[in-house]
Write a new protein. Structure first.
Length: 427
């Protein structure tokens, strides 16, 4: 049996869980890969922190970069999570020193994946990042292996458990966004600073990785259509139910006229649609390919268990001796991205206006929509006579993104419109 040394950098919830998983499953891993593995190096911010496991102090490295140079280490698992800084140095140096690397770091791969994959290919080692997208859902391996001969044209996903939990709880409990967010933080389902989960940045990193794999492209660096869920209010949740719709934060990437169109934003989805019923912390990915048709993968998208499952999958792939291209094909064959102009995209819209309850205000709004060639399919007016204001909800026919963007901005000069209108695209 071949002896393999493993180094783990980062001993937070996921790193600690993985450490125990590897130790408890060494025998099973050996049977499946004909290897004898050992954790020979670990590193974390604080060696004295109380942890749920004991370790030999001799294998603890205060400087994680020392692990990347250690001759006893064959595989480095990076679990710090930064897009730059020490995370990038660890992965880069490990690959240059001909060590295989496993990471769950979507921000790092989305930003530096092309550069790092080049190094891995030149040094003939693996760079594995299954855990970076979809937690325990094997979506990257499905694209690279299971659907390797398919031509994928579109990927749609619920890819952030925090946002999905908040939207689900708002719908089921009728509690406000801030109330549900605080509850999620208490349960450990949202970070103390949840900005990247809520503003769509986390999903965009994952979408960029999926795009690159699905369409054999370099990773896109262009500005994308990105909106989060921070501006979704209970009013919108209740109104969506009246319209027999549900609000979900979707990541979508597709090829339109040989150009890449990536976007992340809340969507209103019909309740009988499969993806509308992915609730709580669950994630789901729908792949459209030829000849396979539509493939659906669903599972828990975050947490130590699902993430460790994906990390272990990468580990076994390396231990079996599979030296693979990180993005499925050689870096030299991956094409540069030509991006689709988001302003030319057409969408039906949900628009909510908070206005002063005065005669003629509705007429002002409809005239402005008409000016920008946005036609109305449905209109609901909800007056609040006590506060002398009203909510006006409009569902539009499909209109060009450029027109809707200009139209929304134009209402800033209208004193009867109390705030920037809420906009949610229909899926």
């Amino acid at each position: 049996m071949k002896k393999i040394g493993i180094g783990i950098v980062g001993l937070g919830n996921i790193g600690s869980f993985l450490y125990k998983e590897i130790l408890s499953k060494k025998k099973d891993i050996g049977l499946k890969t004909n290897t004898k593995i050992s954790i020979v190096a670990i590193s974390a911010k604080n060696s004295k922190k109380k942890r749920s496991f004991k370790f030999n102090k001799k294998i603890f490295f205060n400087n994680p970069l020392d692990i990347t140079k250690n001759p006893d280490v064959d595989i480095v698992i990076e679990l710090i999570g930064q897009s730059d800084g020490v995370s990038k140095k660890i992965v880069e140096t490990s690959l240059k020193n001909k060590k295989h690397v496993i990471t769950a770091n979507k921000a790092l791969i989305a930003k530096h994946g092309d550069y790092l994959s080049n190094i891995a290919e030149k040094k003939k080692v693996n760079l594995e990042f299954e855990a970076a997208v979809g937690g325990g859902i094997p979506v990257l391996r499905t694209i690279k292996d299971g659907l390797a001969t398919n031509k994928i044209s579109k990927v749609v996903g619920i890819l952030n458990g925090t946002s999905n939990y908040i939207l689900t709880k708002m719908q089921k409990t009728k509690n406000s966004f801030n109330h549900v967010l605080k509850e999620a933080q208490k349960l450990g389902l949202a970070e103390s600073n949840p900005k990247f989960d809520l503003d769509g940045s986390d999903v965009l990193s994952k979408i960029r990785i999926l795009s690159s794999l699905a369409f054999n492209k370099k990773i896109s660096k262009n500005p994308c259509l990105k909106n989060g869920i921070e501006n979704i209010e209970l009013t919108d949740i209740k109104m969506s139910e009246k319209l027999d719709l549900k609000i979900k934060l979707l990541g979508i990437t597709e090829i339109i006229n040989n150009k890449l169109f990536e976007r992340v934003h809340p969507c209103l989805i019909k309740k009988d649609n499969y993806i509308a019923n992915i609730d709580g912390v669950m994630n789901a990915v729908i792949l459209e390919g030829n000849p396979v048709g539509e493939s659906v993968l669903q599972g828990e998208g975050a947490g130590p268990g699902p993430t460790s499952s994906a990390l272990m999958s990468d580990l076994l792939s390396i231990l079996r001796g599979n030296i693979k291209f990180p993005f499925g094909i050689p870096s030299s064959k991956r094409k540069s991205v030509i991006c689709y102009d988001k302003n030319q995209n057409f969408n039906s819209l949900y628009l909510r206006f908070e206005v002063k309850d005065r005669p003629g205000v509705l007429s002002q709004i409809t005239k402005q929509l008409a000016k920008y060639k946005i036609s109305i399919e449905r209109l609901i007016q909800i007056p609040d006579h006590k506060k002398k204001r009203a909510s006006i909800v409009i569902i539009t026919h499909k209109s060009k993104e450029l027109n809707s963007d200009k139209c929304i901005k134009s209402f800033k000069s209208n004193n009867n419109v109390l705030r920037t209108p809420t906009i949610i695209r229909l899926f």
